[in-house]
Structures are given as C-alpha cells and as structure tokens.
Ligand binder design. Structure first.
Ligand SMILES: [Fe+2]
Length: 306
C-alpha cells in the first residue's frame, strides 16, 4: 500500500519487521529507508509500484542503521550504484563495520554493510525537487537517528522517534543510561515544530501529531518512574521482532535460544533481578494472552504484520 504525500513523493506503509519507506520519483530518484533484509523482494516490489525502478535510484537516505531500515541498502546500491546518506554517528558505525552499535549482533539480526557517501547533520536541508526536508537529530532510540521535517508542507518523517503513542525500543546497554533522557529531549524538540501529519517509521499515518507526541511523552514518563516497564517493553518488542525475523520459533527451544543471546539475560539482570525463567514465562504469558503471539504446531508465531 502506498500513498502520495506530495508531488512525486510517496509513503509506503510496511509492517513491524520492515520499517516504512518513502519514494521520491522526480528528476532525482530517492528512497528513504529500505526495510529488513529478508523482505528485500517485497521492498523492491513496493518501490516499483510507485513507478520507480530500483535500478534507477540515485540516493538512499537512511534514518538510522537498524536492520529494519537498511535491509535493502546493499542490494539496491549494487543494482543502481546509488549514494547513501545518514547522520555522521550512524555513518561511523557503518564505515567501521560495527555490528554491535547498529544492534545487529546484539539482537541476532541479519543485515549487510554498505557504502555511505553523505552525512546529514542536525539543521541540514535536503532538497528533493521542490521539497525541502530539514534534518532533525533525534537520538534516544539510535544515537544518530534523524527525523525529516518539511516546514512548508508541515509533515514530519519521524523514523522510530515517534509512532502513534509509542516509539522504538530504548536499548540502554548500547545507547547508554542516558538514552531515555535523549528520547525525552528528542520528543521535546519535535513538539516545538508546527506539524500537520507524521509519517512514522512503523505503523499508520498520524493525523493528530499533538496527541501522538503527548502519548509518547506520557509513556516515557512512566518508563522513567518505573524502570521495570522499560525492561518489559524491551523484552516484548525484541521477542516479537525475533519471532517476525525468524518466521516463528519452536517453543521448546525458544527460552534456551534467548538465554544464549547477548541481550536477554542482561535485560533480565537489569530490570528483573536475574529471574530469567520467570521473566520469560511472564512476558510470554502476556504476549499469548493478548494474541500478539500464537502457538502453531509447536511453534511460537508473532501475529503482527511483518
Ligand atoms: Fe530502529
């Protein structure tokens, strides 16, 4: 599904495994974010539907280096020879082939490095035909995450800084203990903008930006007041993401798999007094109860749109 949001500019809504994309098909051919690696074929198909041949892409703008936003960067770059731009911090992670700060190794995700040619700093303007996108550095979820604001058209491409009342997971182990405070400041920064519509990194178009930002701020406040809620949010989001990325997982070995991962035990250490098995059972019971996860022939499957 795609929607025209300005002349030659399209929003493509994906799911939770692959982030949303944007296509600018003017004199210059530009993509913003390219989904998860496993979904490359679907991503290319979605882009073609807007009328743009991925082989003709001139530039990919990556809001950040997480696996669900850069998954087709390498293959599209090989296909088209396109340039790729991102914030200098994220660029540094890619340039130095750091698969930890990009979260790929930490969360056992699949992704490829690519070549970055442009850096976008806070306050820069990226011209897309007649559109002017202002770069807004919005750290918290990712150290070098950028959101893109069109002041004339009053829309915001928020990446994972703002979804509809929620935001991308805060991984303090990698982003640091200040990451919730950086997210707070990013939300404050975005709240000062005159925005009519938000196009988030995941989920549907947000037509009441005030309300979405208020709900994000309240959610963050509850995380800061009760840190265990932050831990629960991280557990749930990453378990769901893992199940989407791996197309489900055998239930009898899932806890053992998580226990060997880099992230699971230390999140339980940080927020749940190292109660590994009990925490796993509590979180899974909640996910199963809400039908966010179902059992299918011995496998746990996430029900969210991939
Ligand atoms: Fe992200």
């Amino acid at each position: 599904m795609f929607e025209k949001i300005a002349d030659n500019f399209y929003f493509i809504q994906r799911g939770w495994l692959s982030g949303n994309h944007f296509v600018f098909n003017g004199a210059q051919k530009v993509l913003i974010d390219t989904g998860y690696k496993k979904d490359v074929d679907t991503t290319l198909r979605c882009i073609k539907k807007t009328g743009l041949d991925p082989a003709d892409v001139d530039l990919i703008i990556a809001t950040h280096s997480h696996c669900d936003h850069i998954g087709a960067n390498k293959s599209i770059q090989e296909l088209s020879g396109c340039e790729i731009g991102m914030h200098p911090i994220e660029r540094y992670f890619i340039d130095t082939k750091n698969d930890w700060y990009t979260w790929w190794r930490y969360y056992d995700q699949d992704a490829d490095f690519f070549t970055v040619s442009h850096s976008y700093e806070d306050g820069d303007t990226i011209p897309l035909g007649p559109l002017r996108l202002r770069v807004i550095h919005t750290p918290g979820h990712a150290a070098g995450q950028i959101s893109l604001y069109a002041p004339q058209q009053r829309f915001l491409i928020s990446a994972d800084a703002v979804w509809d009342g929620d935001f991308g997971v805060l991984t303090t182990r990698i982003e640091g203990s200040a990451s919730p405070f950086m997210q707070h400041d990013s939300l404050e920064k975005l709240s000062k903008l005159d925005i009519a519509v938000i196009y988030p990194g995941h989920g549907t178009i947000i037509t009441d930006p005030r309300n979405a930002l208020d709900r994000c701020r309240k959610r963050l406040e509850t995380f800061l007041k009760e840190p265990q809620r932050l831990g629960r949010d991280q557990m749930k989001k990453i378990i769901l993401y893992t199940l989407l990325a791996k197309s489900g997982f055998p239930e009898d070995t899932f806890f053992a798999y998580l226990s060997k991962s880099h992230w699971f035990s230390e999140v339980a250490d940080l927020y749940f007094q190292s109660r590994y098995r009990e925490t796993y059972e509590e979180i899974m019971a909640q996910l199963l109860d809400r039908r966010l996860v179902i059992r299918e022939q011995g496998r746990l499957m996430a029900t969210l749109k991939a």
